[in-house]
Design a protein around this ligand. Sequence first.
Ligand code: BGC
Length: 748
Amino acid sequence: MTVFGEAAERVRSGADHRVEARALIAEMTLAEKLGCLDGDVDFWPGHIDMVSGGYYAHAWPAAAVERLGVPGIWFADGPRGCVINPSTAFPVSMARGATFDPELEERIGEAIGAELAIHGATFTAAVCLNLLRHPAWGRAQETYGEDPHHVGEMAAALARGLQNHVMACMKHFALNSMENARFSVDVTADERALHEVYLPHFKRVADEGVASTMSAYNSVNGEWCGDSPTLLTDVLRSEWSWDGFVITDFLFGLRDPIGSVGAGCDIEMPFRQQRELVLAEAVRDGLLAEETVDAAVENIVATLLRFGPVIDEKPDPARLEGAAHRALAREASAASMVLLSNDGLLPLSAESKRAAGSKLDSVAVLGHLADTVNLGDGGSSDVHPTEVVTPLAGLRNALPQVAITHHDSDVSIARDADAVIVVVGYTSADEGEFIGDALHEVAHLLPPRPERSASAPEPEPAREETNDEPAATPEIDPHGEPESTFAPGGDRRSLRLSEADEALIAQACATSDRVVVAVMGGSAVVMPWIDEPAAVLQIWYPGAEGGTALADVLLGDAEPGGRLPFAQPVDERDLVEFDPDASAATYGLLHGQWHLDQMGTAAARPFGFGLGYTTFDLSFDELRTDGGELTAIVTASNAGARDGSTVVFAFATVHGSAFERPHRRLVGFSRIGISAGESLETSISLDLTQLHVRNNGEWLDERGDYEISIGLSADPAGLQSHTVNRAGLRSVAPSQRRHQRTPRGSRP
Ligand code: BGC
């Protein structure tokens, strides 16, 4: 058995993983230790392999020490599924956010984790949880929504599920909610905005025991995130006592290869890049203390030891894209679809045909996206399943007896159809991860490209043995000029649909009064046309079984379970400012629904909005106070004739607060299923930490009148409330240790 294997055994039997890690590090040479602080593949061959298809072909190693058996990390990404081909594509995270169902999200995490492990990965950065400050963010689809409590609960559930099989990493730490400018923007946030709005969900996932944190590309208050002692040491370690290792975002994730080690950044990912060029010399010249190197290596090795049993566990390879995972993708997709309007046409059935009550004979399907594989972002979260059921295929499979016609734009097919389904929205050309010409912008951070006469690239490290023996990292010619496989992506310039899509909707509605519009996309869409169609469904990027799920929902075999995880504005000018090209941005206390509430502006559809196929009545029976804890006792009744489910939201308002706050802040939610005509009492424990105020390094638990409101969305008209008095003002956490700040380095 290797030295690492023996240490892992002892940890399994109860030994302290940090003590064992320190003993193991004492046996490592300096070169081995420095080798842990970046990826295990040389930059140029690695980069060329990665962008020309290798990203989706195999896991990427870092921090392996062969001599001692330290396995290192084998990275493959998510969060839509495992990015190594082929894998099950689930609906994107924003869709899953709309389910408001952490239990479902945990099951999805477990399934993605199993597929990652089957493909040979031991580590994934699938837990993306940056707050949706503005829906134009190109990677909105990779997170869960605009609210810190909700995002934290969903991301914690994903991490829990994943960590049955792999180590999970939360990202991008922090304030990375813009795409085009991510490599250069400095985000300013004052102490309250940072700690009360943009970090609580990260703390939630840190408390869940996530193995790793990925720093963001941008800088925060002048410190590049990958080099930031404030974020990586003061917040993560000193304040949150989080136990794990930090990695950079890929390729340009740090700017100070030496200083970043002491700042708390453990691994430069994913290649031997900036640190490779300078660290050995820095230790030799006394610029970097060996103890600082040891501390970073300890974070990595201790986490590997802690996760030993998880990494050793090998899921059954038959699970890869198996029936159970496809069924889960289908369930999640239906549970995520948000019914934004419905004049009674849905669910489609013999009864819903408002003409003579005959059965559904013909369906017209319009829009090229109906017949297009459209799974979302074409960058780091892209997933390639073997089979994708498009909306058109889903309808054809579900309705073999019905005449289904499809055309991209000819609305004449809608004229006599019993139902008209118009599929519109975005693709990876409109939104998603953006690389642009970043490589040129940061050319000064890259190792020199080998001359053509250079000797052949070093062989890559041998792969760990895995279930299905994945391909080893191939040898790549470092001189190659790869054609990137990544889609353009980027932030959206508008929250409206394209003119062509809006025209198609208008023409379809002018031709038929039985139009259902299904909108694909990663976040909020401004819909000035929303009252024209008979029904509107937001179907997101719905995953490999999205077409099946859409048919399930349209035909009433499943409910549209989703509720909006953000406020949908009437006009994008109602929201906070968003400039994709900004070199500096200030994130304040209020955005999304909170901002609309503050401005007294109604949303087109508020946070939490979503119709079902039945209706629910709520009764807020009691607000229980037990010590410091608050619990809302609510009875929900299914007032319709169908079984169904809904989401009950609990918001809090602190009356007479000395501080600016959101009018109402989410402190709890619960998804409940109830049979037709039945009632169910549910208790929702309220997360009062969401209301703590950050002031000069301390947390204040402000006392006074707390109004707790319960409703089926954030619409004030539908809320019922109880108020409880909490007296006094007290500090709930000690002030934090201060570290010397390093200034932000020079810009590229
Ligand atoms: C993205 C990360 C991702 C990484 C590896 C980066 O460009 O920002 O979210 O995990 O690539 O694919």
